[in-house]
Design a protein around this ligand. Sequence first.
Ligand code: ARG
Length: 228
Amino acid sequence: AAAVTTVNAGKLTMSTNAAFPPYEMTTDNGDFEGIDIEVAGAIAKKLGLELQVDDMDFDAALLAAQNGKSDMVMAGVTVTDERLKVMDFSDTYAEGIQSIIVPEGSDIATADDLSGKAIGTQRGTTGYLYCTDDFGEENVIAYDDGLTAVQALNNGQVDAVVIDNAPAQEFVAANPGLKILDTAYAQEDYAIGVAKGNTQLLDAINGALEELQADGTLQAIVDKYITA
Ligand code: ARG
């Protein structure tokens, strides 16, 4: 493959928000791990680059790629029409569902029941956008990350949290007394975002993704973190 030009020569710089298990999280030692981190590492290797992870708030991670401060944003990012106006996306590499977390015994049983309730979300996410659209901005609180939103739910500051299903499962497993409703709020596709018009990098990423899919690497990484 032809060499790609990157923000920092020899490196593939990924902006992310490493508080979104199992896609990206920070270990006690301060290392980054998760599906996105490993897939990005595999892509970098295929392109002859070294992966560099830049951890920041989710909205900042999107902007960094959009403005060419990072080569790509990989953060369980949902492809939306709005985002497609400001950045380009790779082929889809995973799927997500917006889930609703409530305390055991909550009277919220369906998405409709969220009406009039205090809903916790992560700033800049599709969960935030859907909830403000459907239930009004005054009912939706935006936290810095999903974990903080879940802590607010634990403390009774919000009645529910709307977040992607995979982190929802991790957060609920770690917080007894919470449960995920059996109802999906929205179905989504995850992809890697790059600056609009950076087709050289996008083609290289898609080529690498295709190879990782074909040789089973992608599935092996997912299986390592998500047990069906
Ligand atoms: N899929 C959702 C979105 O794109 C949430 C992603 C949040 N990711 C993260 N690493 N915090 O808006």
